[in-house]
Design a protein around this ligand. Structure first.
Ligand code: ADP
Length: 429
């Protein structure tokens, strides 16, 4: 406000000077003077005064404009800085800023929560001293990550670090360049996520599912047995109406038993209570027997089941044939279930240097792009399947993944909605 008043006073003075010159020139009557010298000099003075006034006003306006831009720039810089500081301080993830020699320049409060080191204990020290971890013992976490990030800037990994009081702690770490944050070339930023709470929750969930399925299995089996006895008439004659009700109860109980046994087999597999019987196996035999088991289902659904595997060219693999058969059963069963009538399901094998890759392709309903990353999660059923009248638990693919991973293999899928899906299983040779 004060500046505005000063500016207005400047403009007024400029105009006033010009007016004063003009009035003086006119009032003295110099234009009527005899001498042409006096007349021209007065005219020149008048023009000069006007020119000077206009220049001064323009210069003033340009200065104002520059000041305004500077103020805007400063406000933007302050806003960005405040935003960075807020992000730095308030985020639950730990952030360490390092210089190019891996010396700590800054840490946020979350780092203190995760590691136990205070700001003063960490800043100014080498990152490897504050963040000790088995994996990068020699090169140090910061260097190890920075090294990996050169090849892959989004490199993320989960490691176990040691806190100040010597406790092991599971963390997820990512390293990135910090030029925009610290303003210096060569500085880097390490982002650290405390995974211990997530892991604790996973263990709790796992224990809960395992305990519940153990507890449910026996009573459910008893109920199923008793219903079967009643349906058979072993506990006395029953009417047609009673039989209908009992049939429905049997159907529901069987569904529950199959869900509980799936959950049980997941916990046993995960806890490694099920030992796999590895033996050199001809995978073609496993696939052929699965196909013969599922052929009646395919025929009922008018699905053309094709296998073009040449037996000769496929080497033996060391697998648990029964478990891999369970995986194949699930994948082919899904392909049949999620392909409309008259569709095709094709099974193939590719022999690679290190792996045998089995593929099961269908031209069915496909999987929406957003659902693909969640496909192998427990209980996941894709949104386009839910609208179909298909029954399922969303556990089959999860079990398949656990089994394949216990073979050190990999399972994944590619799909286009409404066009079809291909599931791949890579087993080490
Ligand atoms: P379930 O089939 O019992 O629901 P799964 O774990 O075997 O459980 O499969 C999980 C989900 O993945 C299915 O519900 C379905 O949405 C999707 N899915 C699996 N295979 C296919 C396929 N071949 N085509 C389309 N969707 C599939």
């Amino acid at each position: 406000m004060k500046q505005k008043i000063i500016k207005i006073i400047h403009y007024v003075i400029d105009i006033f000077v010009w007016l004063a010159v003009a009035i003086t020139v006119l009032s003295v009557g110099v234009f009527n003077a005899e001498s042409w010298m006096i007349r021209w000099t007065s005219l020149a003075a008048l023009w000069l005064a006007g020119y000077w006034t206009l220049r001064s006003i323009r210069a003033q306006r340009e200065a104002d404009l520059r000041l305004l831009q500077l103020e805007k720039g400063n406000a933007e810089i302050k806003f960005q800085r405040d935003r960075h500081i807020a992000f730095f301080e308030l985020t639950h993830d730990g952030i360490i800023v390092l210089d190019k020699n891996n010396q700590i320049l800054r840490i946020n409060d979350a780092i203190t929560d995760i590691t136990g080191y205070s700001y003063n204990e960490a800043v100014g020290h080498q990152c490897s001293k504050v963040f000790r971890c088995e994996k990068y013992k020699e090169m140090g976490l910061a260097f190890g990550l920075a090294y990996l990030s050169i090849a892959n800037p989004t490199h993320y990994e989960e490691i176990t670090a040691i806190t100040k009081d010597g406790r092991p702690i599971d963390i997820g770490v990512r390293c990135t360049k910090a030029k925009h944050f610290s303003g210096h070339r060569g500085d880097s930023l390490i982002l650290i996520r405390d995974l211990s709470k997530i892991h604790a929750a996973e263990v709790m969930e796992h224990d809960f599912v395992s305990m519940t399925s153990h507890q449910l299995f026996t009573p459910l089996s008893i109920i199923r047995g008793h219903i079967a006895l009643m349906i058979e008439g072993s506990l006395g004659k029953i009417t047609e109406k009673q039989k209908n009700f009992l049939d429905q109860s049997m159907h529901a109980t069987k569904k529950m038993v199959s869900l509980v046994s799936e959950l049980l087999s997941i916990s046993r597999l995960e806890e490694r209570k099920i030992t796999l019987n590895f033996a050199p196996t001809n995978i073609v035999d496993v696939i052929d027997s699965t196909i013969s088991e599922l052929e009646p289902l395919a025929a009922r659904n008018s699905i053309h089941l094709i296998s073009k595997i040449s037996r000769k060219s496929i080497p033996l693999v060391v697998i648990d044939g029964e478990k891999i058969s369970q995986v194949m059963q699930n994948i082919i069963d899904n392909a049949i279930k999620y392909t409309p009538k008259k569709g095709t399901v094709q099974i193939d094998i590719t022999v690679e240097t290190d792996n045998l890759v089995i593929s099961v392709s269908d031209n069915g309903i496909g999987i929406p792009k957003d659902d693909l990353p969640k496909l192998f999660q427990r209980f996941f059923r894709s949104s386009n399947t839910l609208s179909l009248d298909s029954k399922g638990t969303g556990l089959g693919l999860y079990i398949a993944k656990v089994i394949v991973e216990r073979h050190q293999g990999k399972i994944w899928a590619e799909s286009t909605e409404n066009k079809g899906s291909t599931f791949y299983i890579a087993l080490p040779r």
